[in-house]
Design a protein around this ligand. Structure first.
Ligand code: PBG
Length: 330
């Protein structure tokens, strides 16, 4: 008489067809948002040293990446500028120049692919300030909230006028979502969405991004007076609640993998789509693991991306988007 179980969890795992049929979570290219770095010039591909496989592209190259995204079934790209240092200043005025690098990239993409691709734009001053902080500094070097919000409104409006489909404030100032929403409505940008970087943490995982946009050498100090303390989870729910009340169409948790618990809690507590940003340091960590022979790139990428979907994310911003889409398309 066997004492072995009648209930065998391995029964449904025995064959590929059964595993496919019972799979709870699906990952598709439509879940991916591809972050791209824009730089000045033409025909420029400038590799980012700390992000192997990622480059800054001049606007023509960005348009080529946009076409690639469309052909891969990636629905949206996220743009970040590497502003020439001569155009950076204390108050980040280049951010609301309607002819800035971002705006030229946005309209070039829209001219090329129209509504076949969404363009998401970062709203924050750090790629434009000479001090690398996301906002304006007061006399004590503190990032001044309300003055910064005024600047962000100007930035969001030039991006929307250039054709941005989703503006994504990543600055963590208080009250910016409501004011930006109101300004967009006033200017007739009724269908421009807001994706709020609602729960953005003061993280050690942003280093390579700051290299890519050229702000790492400039930044003094840290961003702890506005980005969240990694120790806090309940506070993230308050941040998300406020951004929804102020008019966010979707929210983001950032970074990704170390904050999957936050993704899950936001997904369970609110009815808005929640996105995760698998940030530059996470990308670099996977690439370093691959380079060290500690894992296989394709499998690591798909497993981490699946984990975001399983946690409840509607999608993921990831520098591995084109690779993942290629794998998913077979
Ligand atoms: C700017 C911004 C940052 C990232 C996205 N928008 C950096 C920061 O807050 O210092 C990081 C993205 C990444 O690391 O991939 N506000």
């Amino acid at each position: 008489m066997s004492t072995y179980p009648n209930l065998r969890m391995r029964r449904t795992r025995a064959t590929a067809w059964s595993r496919a049929m019972l799979r709870e979570t699906v990952l598709t290219p439509a879940d991916l948002i591809w972050p791209l770095f824009v730089t000045e010039g033409s025909d420029v591909e400038d590799p980012v040293g700390s992000l192997p496989g990622v480059s800054r592209w001049s606007v023509d190259g960005i348009v080529a990446r946009a076409r690639e995204a469309v052909s891969l079934g990636i629905p949206c790209v996220a743009l970040f500028p590497n502003t020439p240092s001569a155009l950076r200043n204390d108050t980040g005025t280049e951010a609301h120049n309607p002819q800035n690098l971002m705006c030229r990239a946005i309209s070039a993409i829209k001219d090329a692919v129209g509504d076949d691709l969404g363009v998401l734009t970062d709203v924050a001053l750090d790629p434009y300030t000479s001090h690398g902080q996301d906002g304006l500094l007061d006399d004590n070097g503190y990032v001044a909230n309300d003055a910064t919000v005024d600047a962000l409104v100007g930035q969001a409006l030039v991006q929307a006028a250039a054709g941005a489909d989703i503006v994504a404030p990543s600055d963590m100032m208080d009250g910016r979502i409501g004011v930006i929403r109101e300004a967009l409505e006033d200017q007739g940008h009724h269908n421009v969405q807001i994706m709020a970087y609602a729960a953005k943490y003061a993280s050690a995982f942003y280093g390579p991004f700051r290299d890519a946009v050229g702000s790492s050498g400039l930044l003094k100090g840290d961003k702890k007076t506005y980005q969240m303390d990694p120790a806090n989870g309940r506070e993230a729910l308050r941040e998300v609640e406020l951004d929804i009340e102020e008019g966010a169409d979707s929210v983001m948790v950032k970074p990704g993998l170390p904050y999957l618990d936050i993704v899950r809690r936001v997904h369970e507590a609110f009815e808005v789509p929640v996105y995760a940003y698998q940030v530059s340091g996470e990308y670099a960590m996977i690439e370093a693991a691959v380079a060290a022979g500690a894992g296989e790139r394709e499998a690591l990428v798909l497993e981490t991306l699946m984990s975001f979907k399983r946690a409840g994310a509607s999608g993921v911003l990831t520098y591995h988007a084109p690779l993942a889409a290629r794998l998913l398309n077979g």
